[in-house]
Write a protein of this length. Structure first.
Length: 138
């Protein structure tokens, strides 16, 4: 199962007309936990720039004895990263993507625990995906 937190958060904005802060993550935790309890493998796609949400995702998996893997996708080339941010389309209806200034000024906490890091700088999507599969051992 694949769950994109951006979709959940925008759904809350569109359907409930609320300013979303942590609600999208909290709702996503519940949906993922329900699926993990059923034995469904889950991928939760989120920005996750702070330790708190990383720990909460891990707690969701641990609460049902599911395997948990942190994956960080980054682009170490600042120019390439800026180009991607400025040219990417929004795949979620009504979602306003952050601009380069917002991305650069976003609060970010370095990872403390185990994480598989994929640097996409100068790589095609297929190459990055292949690297991830290798690192996951699948």
């Amino acid at each position: 199962m694949y769950l994109r937190v951006d979709t959940v958060e925008q759904g809350l904005r569109d359907l409930c007309n609320v300013k979303v802060e942590g609600e999208g993550y909290r709702l996503s935790y519940r949906v993922i936990r329900d699926n993990l309890e059923l034995g469904v493998s889950c991928i939760a796609d989120s920005c996750n720039p702070i330790e708190l949400t990383r720990q909460e995702w891990q707690q969701v998996a641990e609460s049902v004895d599911a395997r948990f893997v942190n994956i960080e996708v980054c682009c170490s080339d600042s120019d390439e990263h800026e180009y991607r941010v400025n040219t990417r389309p929004s795949e979620v209806a009504n979602l306003r993507l952050p601009d380069w200034s917002q991305v650069r000024n976003r609060h970010y906490e370095a990872w403390k625990g185990n994480v598989i890091r994929i640097d996409t700088s100068g790589q095609q999507i297929e190459t990055s995906f292949s690297e991830l599969v290798d690192k996951l051992g699948i």
